[in-house]
Design a protein around this ligand. Structure first.
Ligand code: GTP
Ligand code: MG
Length: 417
């Protein structure tokens, strides 16, 4: 496993580009009220790791040793911090400028305004937007395409294949990445979903992970090529897969050899999140037993999945992630059909004995998966992709290439394992 490169984790990237994206066309509205827009012909790219990124160290003791620190010079923190105006009575202060004293935000330095960095970053990010690339992989018919639609409460997978709303989702036959523009609460996101054909259908299923591994590495290669270009784009288009949802068949027995092979081969190239598909086909007890067995098998096989223990940054991180790891693999149900339950419209699967509600935590763990993926770990998934998986690929690639020479397109490495 690669060691975490220096300078990661404790630094906060600040995008210096800050250019507004081109306006986009609105085509649909999510049930949650978030409009979805699609504009494949003129993609807008956002990356948190663009060239020109400045890393801001938050620890002032790095900058000024205590013995040479000047006396506090700045007045106490003004009452309306966050949006300094040109007419502000508190002009920007450099360390060591002027004289005088105060007992402001810091007893030593007075108020400098460091806490406004967060607001500045928020504004930039609101302008530039986010991108997130998610892939689904697993045996055929496990509900991969369906879950993509469920996750983003939209017809993302259907749209990608060009189906109408009421048609049955067809079998996926090729790796297909489609981008969508989602806006919620003023925050823009370019979401790319990568749907893959189910594997396990072939007579010989050996190496069926290869096309997926190749796709993942091709995205790293594209990014690397942009990085080593003499004239670089202001923002490198980021098509790297930030998260791979791996669907496990709800057999109740054990993992298939294919599952183990896939995860073993790709867990060092991409963030794999194993999930149990079609959880509505198991009883609560079967589900718990199966989850436990799968965890044990993954451990015995030495298979790392996200969130990887070795990348926990501190005790708080560890304790949060331990809880997640203990509940893995989450058992989910997917559906893009809505039903009326207790006067509310919910996504669910209608059976003869009632509706299995996708977002009801008593029915399955879909809501937990969604919260984990989007509401708590989205940024971390991107950071681990960039700082660990991409870095490993990049180091091997450049090393193998004898230094920082531009690399040829046809020269993508098969694997960065
Ligand atoms: N019981 C149950 N059925 C599901 C669930 N999710 C999807 N299905 C059904 O399973 C069938 C296959 O769903 P897809 O989403 O096409 O599966 P897939 O994994 O994309 O299949 P491939 O494209 O062939 O790899 C459809 O009939 C879905 O309605 C689920 O959570 N529970
Ligand atoms: Mg499919």
């Amino acid at each position: 496993m690669p060691s975490q490169p220096q300078g990661t984790g404790h630094h906060t990237p600040v995008d210096t580009a800050g250019k507004s994206p081109t306006p986009h066309k609105q085509t649909d509205v999510l049930p949650s009220g978030a409009p979805i827009t699609e504009k494949p012909e003129e993609p807008y790219y956002v990356t948190m790791y663009s060239p020109g990124t400045v890393y801001v160290s938050m620890d002032m003791s790095d900058i000024v040793p205590p013995e040479v620190r000047p006396k506090p010079v700045v007045p106490a923190k003004p009452p309306h911090v966050g949006a300094p105006s040109p007419s502000s009575p508190y002009p920007p202060q450099g360390l060591g400028a002027g004289t005088g004293g105060s007992s402001g935000g810091s007893t030593l330095l007075g108020y400098i305004g460091i806490d406004t960095i967060i607001e500045q970053m928020r504004k930039k990010t609101m302008k530039t937007g986010f991108d997130f690339n998610i892939m689904v992989v697993g045996h055929s018919g496990l509900g991969k395409s369906t879950l993509l639609n469920t996750l983003f409460k939209s017809q993302v997978s259907r749209r990608s294949a060009g189906w109408a709303r009421d048609e049955k989702i067809p079998k996926t036959v090729e790796i297909k990445a489609v981008s969508h523009f989602i806006e919620e609460g003023g925050v823009k996101m370019k979401l790319t979903v990568v749907d893959t054909p189910g594997f396990g259908d072939q007579i010989n299923n050996d190496n069926c992970w290869e096309p997926i591994g190749k796709y993942i590495n091709e995205q790293y290669e594209k990014f690397l090529k942009e990085e080593v270009n003499i004239t670089r784009k202001k923002r490198i288009p980021d098509t790297r897969v930030h998260c791979c949802l791996y669907f496990i068949s709800p057999t109740g027995h054990s993992l298939r050899q294919l599952d183990i092979e896939f995860m073993k081969h790709l867990s060092h190239s991409v963030n794999i999140i194993p999930i149990i598909a079609k959880a509505d086909t198991m009883t609560i007890e079967e589900r718990q037993d199966f989850k436990q067995r799968v965890r044990k098998e993954l451990e015995m096989g030495g298979i790392e999945y996200y969130p990887q223990k070795e990348f926990d940054e501190d005790m708080e991180d560890k304790s949060d992630n331990d809880k997640i790891r203990e509940s893995m693999p989450l058992a989910v149900v997917g559906s893009d059909k809505e039903y009326q339950v207790n006067g509310k419209r919910v996504l669910g699967r209608k059976t003869a004995w009632g509706v299995v509600e996708v977002e009801n935590p008593n029915h399955c763990e879909f809501a937990q998966l969604r919260d984990f993926l989007i509401r708590s770990h989205l940024q971390d998934l991107k950071e681990v992709t960039h700082n660990i998986h991409y870095e490993t690929y990049r180091a091997k690639r450049l090393h193998g290439n004898g230094g920082l020479h531009p690399v040829s397109t046809n020269d993508t490495q098969e694997s960065n394992l």
